[in-house]
Design a protein around this ligand. Structure first.
Ligand code: KIV
Length: 381
């Protein structure tokens, strides 16, 4: 608002100027310059669009004295429409200019979409020590996430750790197994979850082959997951065969989550997904592997599809928490694939998964409704 407008504004108490000589108060109106054609047009538009409540404020303007009215009548230029201070006067200019200025205002920093902060749960594990300390106190709970949206939701649900699993390959990327998943995939998805700023521990999977070339390659891959992806720790499939390298990795400061039982990265070698530890020989192997990982310094061990009684016994025998997936209720904690429990998938979830939602159905209904509404001319309305 210009000084000129401020002074003539009817809603400004100082302008009503009680006690002041009225001729002085009206002086600014007399200074009004002849308006340019564009400005006149703009004024017409503004005054036509004056909101009723604004108009009523203008109507409340103190009545003019007889002498004031005479002066106004004898000077047609002074017969200005009451101005409103409640509605800022539109800038002069062509409609295009106004459109540009509104586009500009949308670029203002205060128009940035506001993101809600990740929730902080008092008893949520924050680091590997917290996870290890939870053993014997309460069940540890974990879920997978592969992007920022799910990362935020999973954190906010209060999990103790998020795993960016190589299951991203089968759940989101359309692969039949986790074998095609590579470091590029894992770094990208881990970084996406990190951007959700979860308060809990964030673990990333070492993809197929990365632990098998050499220790240097393993260290380099772990480095990428932590430095480029922002992981707090890495998960490595395997038992005694990888224990030495895990020990070296832990010694360099890389926290490691072990993984025994069904190792999805070996699915081609084992000929399909199945339960482990059913016969005595396999059960003994699992004990050897679990103890090797404990000695290597794993802060916890995932036990996938291990016979319930064997998993229960393993839980008692090893110091790090055993986090089960399809291994029964006797473990120190549970982890599941988030898309499986949410019913957001193109393939059937494993039989041990409990379904907590049917997102496929929810999304499918919403999408069909959108398609129908656009085709039927109901949207946009
Ligand atoms: O990749 C993954 O999601 C996993 C879990 C099944 C533990 O390894």
């Amino acid at each position: 608002m210009s000084d000129e407008e401020k002074e003539s504004s009817p809603s400004k108490p100082s302008d009503s100027g009680e006690g002041k000589p009225k001729s002085k108060r009206r002086a600014p109106v007399r200074r009004k310059k002849p308006a340019s054609p564009n400005a006149k047009k703009a004024e017409e538009v503004t005054s036509e669009k004056v909101a009723p409540e604004v108009a009523s404020v203008a109507d409340q303007k103190p009545e003019k004295s007889e002498s004031e009215q005479k002066i106004d009548e004898s000077h047609p230029k002074l017969q200005t429409k009451p101005k409103s201070s409640a509605k800022p006067k539109e800038k002069e200019g062509k409609p295009e200019d106004r459109r540009h200025s509104s586009a500009r205002s949308q670029r203002q920093p205060n128009r940035k979409p506001q993101e809600h902060a990740a929730k902080y749960h008092e008893d949520q594990a924050r680091n590997v020590r917290d996870i290890a300390n939870l053993k014997g106190k309460r069940p540890i709970v974990a879920l997978t996430a592969y992007d920022s949206v799910m990362g935020r939701l999973v954190n906010d649900a209060g999990v103790d750790f998020i795993l960016v699993g190589d299951s991203v390959g089968t759940t989101l990327l359309g692969h039949l197994t986790t074998i095609p998943v590579d470091m590029t995939d894992m770094v990208r998805h881990t970084a996406a979850v990190r951007r959700a700023q979860p308060k809990c521990l964030l673990v990333a999977d070492l993809p197929f082959g990365e632990a098998s070339f050499s220790f240097d390659r393993l260290l380099e891959s772990a480095r990428r997951l932590m430095q480029e992806g922002g992981a707090d720790a890495v998960k490595i499939e395997g038992g005694r065969d990888v224990a030495d390298d895990i020990e070296k990795l832990v010694a360099t400061g890389v926290p490691v989550l072990g993984h025994i039982g069904l190792l999805p990265q070996t699915v081609k070698a084992i000929g399909g997904y199945r339960k482990f530890g059913i016969d005595r020989h396999e059960a003994e192997d699992l004990f050897t592997d679990a103890i090797a990982l404990e000695e290597a310094g794993c802060f916890a061990v995932v036990a996938e599809m291990i016979e319930e009684a064997v998993a229960r016994e393993l839980t008692k025998q090893i110091l790090p928490p055993l986090i089960g997936i399809g291994s029964g209720a006797g473990c120190d904690g549970q982890i599941l694939v988030s898309t499986d429990i949410l019913g957001y998938n193109t393939r059937k979830a494993p039989s041990f998964v409990k379904s907590y939602a049917n997102l496929n159905q929810v999304i499918s209904r919403a999408l069909s409704q959108y398609v129908e509404e656009v085709r039927g001319g109901k949207f946009p309305c």
